[in-house]
Design a protein around this ligand. Structure first.
Ligand SMILES: Cc1cc2nc3c(=O)[nH]c(=O)nc-3n(C[C@H](O)[C@H](O)[C@H](O)COP(=O)(O)OP(=O)(O)OC[C@H]3O[C@@H](n4cnc5c(N)ncnc54)[C@H](O)[C@@H]3O)c2cc1C
Length: 414
């Protein structure tokens, strides 16, 4: 059964986040972006809406909605700026998926609950100076010492890496074992001691209002009870986190596309050349028509991935495809949006330039455009096939819990 209607709860969440993002985030973004300054209160604001745990079961402190709800939130946040969506998707898509899908019951209560309730912010520390697309090349080591591990190495380009309390970090327990040595750890900043240092990266091309950091692990202390999954399961943990993270990036990109379309339509109706609105010129219509096409494709692609996840089914191919197509479209739409605006678009007064810069980041992180292309090709050629995932995520409504009644999550509208 295919149903593209949103439920009353999803519609209400969409409206709440849209209203909040327009009212609370949009007015400050241009200034923060120009100053390369993340909003220090962004996560607390998202938490006041219940967004960190929007698709986490209520028994782990979440709101108990579903992956469509998380996607809608990402789309509305990125309609304003991709930095706002990045904060949510790194937390809920990447970090929390690892702790939920691969964590023990005890870890879900101890580590996941504060993340879902928005008391702790999470990030995902996989990339290293010499290990980006090739995760197998990671060099950070984890050495067992009694009932703890010592992590040593360096992570780079870690979104929210400077402010997160929980850093879902990947290290190898046996460098000779290759991918079979990679292991996941929930590094708690407050427990890691002086062995954990983080340093923000300034001067970025885009996503300037998003925090990105270098993470130095110098024998950082991690209790063995914070190992997520078994030793050697880290690669699988990372890949399943990326299935969720890419869904968030894809739904966010749908927000950029919609923003570019709305901005372009408004300008094309108003701006007059040769005594007529530029919207009357066929070449301008072509750019806007393509944006309308991309908006619908983007929405359908991320909804399909979310639909699979809501049923506890694997979405590796569908999340990657949605991420690839939608981020590519967002970049093209932002470029065309700037073009529709002529010289006005070339000014920082117009949001198109910011959308364009931000869209470049989404072609790089959570697997570059090229890697998503290769993945799609390998699936099509039959070189890659998926086995069922361990610990499938629950279908909505949460098993054993009543469906949430209409009404925004606690604190909505704040
Ligand atoms: C703003 C931003 C935020 C980020 N946030 C995070 C985060 O929160 N956590 C995290 O762990 N990482 C994060 N990253 C890092 C990001 O995931 C990596 O940059 C990305 O995986 C690419 O790795 P790389 O930069 O080392 O590029 P490389 O892997 O060196 O790739 C360089 C080029 O070679 C191409 N290439 C590489 N391998 C292949 C191949 N097999 N086939 C075809 N082409 C190939 C790539 O597509 C790319 O064009 C972030 C990056 C940015 C820019």
């Amino acid at each position: 059964m295919l149903d593209l209607d949103l439920s009353p709860e999803q519609l209400q969440l969409q409206e709440t986040v849209r209203d909040f993002a327009q009212r609370e985030l949009a007015p400050r973004i241009p200034e923060l972006d120009r100053a390369h300054r993340p909003d220090p209160e962004l996560f607390a604001k998202l938490a006041s809406l219940g967004l960190p745990g929007v698709c986490t079961p209520q028994r782990y402190g979440g709101v108990g909605l579903d992956w469509v709800a998380l996607g809608l939130a990402c789309e509305e946040l990125e309609y304003v700026d991709a930095s706002c969506r990045t904060a949510l998707s790194v937390h809920a898509g990447l970090c929390m998926t690892g702790c939920y899908q691969w964590g023990s019951e005890e870890q879900r209560q101890r580590l996941l609950r504060p993340l879902a309730e928005g008391r702790h912010q999470g990030c995902f520390a996989l990339t290293e100076p010499d290990a980006g697309s090739d995760v197998r090349a990671l060099r950070t080591t984890a050495r067992r010492e009694g009932d703890a591990y010592r992590l040593r190495g360096q992570k780079v380009w870690i979104s929210m890496g400077h402010s997160a309390e929980i850093l879902l970090t990947f290290a190898t327990v046996d460098p000779a074992a290759g991918v079979r040595g990679i292991t996941a750890f929930a590094v708690e900043r407050s427990l890691a001691g002086l062995g954990l240092r983080t340093q923000p990266i300034g001067d970025k091309y885009g996503l300037r209002a998003s925090e990105t950091a270098i993470v130095y692990l110098d024998d950082a202390l991690v209790p063995a009870s914070n190992r997520i999954g078994e030793e050697g399961e880290g690669f699988k943990v990372a890949m399943s986190c990326l299935d969720s993270g890419r869904l968030c990036v894809a739904s966010g990109a749908a927000g950029t596309i919609r923003a570019c379309l709305d901005l372009s339509v408004a300008y094309a109706r108003e701006r007059r050349v040769q005594d007529q609105p530029i919207g009357r010129f066929e070449l301008v219509q072509q750019m806007i028509g393509q944006m309308a096409r991309d908006r619908d494709i983007a929405r359908l692609l991320w909804l399909r991935a979310a639909w699979l996840k809501n049923r506890g089914r694997r979405s590796t191919r569908e999340s990657a495809l949605a991420k690839w197509v939608n981020t590519d479209s967002a970049r093209r739409c932002a470029d065309d949006c700037l073009q529709v605006h002529g010289a006005t678009g070339f000014s920082e007064e117009c949001q198109a330039a910011r959308y364009l810069r931000n869209s470049r980041a989404t072609l790089i992180y959570e697997g570059t455009r090229e890697l998503q292309t290769v993945l799609a090709g390998e699936y099509a050629l039959g070189y890659r096939e998926d086995r069922p995932i361990r610990c499938p995520l629950p279908a909505w409504p949460d098993e054993g819990e009543p469906a949430p009644t209409a009404g925004p999550p606690a604190g909505a509208g704040g």
